[in-house]
Design a protein around this ligand. Structure first.
Ligand code: HEM
Length: 131
């Protein structure tokens, strides 16, 4: 039987396994590998993000909305729904491979909600750029 997500070690395994897949992915890999210069720091940040998100620990204080608008600018506005769908498919796949239970389902739902708002914010930011 698979276990629930319940510790920093679990989140670390999830985040590391997920980003290994992202880096290999034909669509997402080039975006991440272009923008992220320091993978160990990124992975650490994302572990703290998911710990804060799933366990209500105050470890992450960043602004993902702003970060993704900047990412979209760096890759010249190519990010669209397909990128988010691919991201979510890999995220859900990784969770299902490694974990099951309530927190695993919450992690899938939170990512889905956040992907929706990130996508919307990127789109809105693009449409408010001066021509
Ligand atoms: C199309 C899908 C996505 C792409 C291409 C993408 C790409 C990136 C990249 C390149 C960074 C690094 C930014 C930098 O260091 O300058 C980043 C940061 C981050 N991403 Fe994503 N991302 C995607 C979806 C998501 C989703 C769905 C979530 C959450 C569920 C998420 C959460 C985060 C967080 C928390 C950070 C750290 C922001 C900070 O600097 O504080 N991303 N993303």
């Amino acid at each position: 039987m698979k276990k629930n997500i319940e510790s920093q070690e679990d989140v670390t395994l999830l985040v590391h396994t997920f980003y290994a897949k992202v880096r290999e992915n034909k669509l997402l890999g080039p975006v991440f590998n272009n923008v992220i210069k320091d993978w160990p720091s990124h992975l650490k940040l994302l572990v703290s993000f998911w710990e804060s998100n799933l366990f209500f620990e105050r470890k992450y204080f960043g602004n993902p909305m702003h970060a993704h608008i900047e990412v979209d600018k760096k890759v010249k506005g190519i990010i669209n729904e397909l990128y988010f769908e691919t991201w979510l498919t890999l995220w859900n796949e990784t969770i299902d491979e490694l974990f099951e239970g309530e927190t695993a389902e919450i992690a899938k739902n939170r990512a889905k909600n956040m992907a929706f708002f990130l996508n919307k914010n990127i789109f809105d930011a693009r449409n408010h750029q001066p021509q």
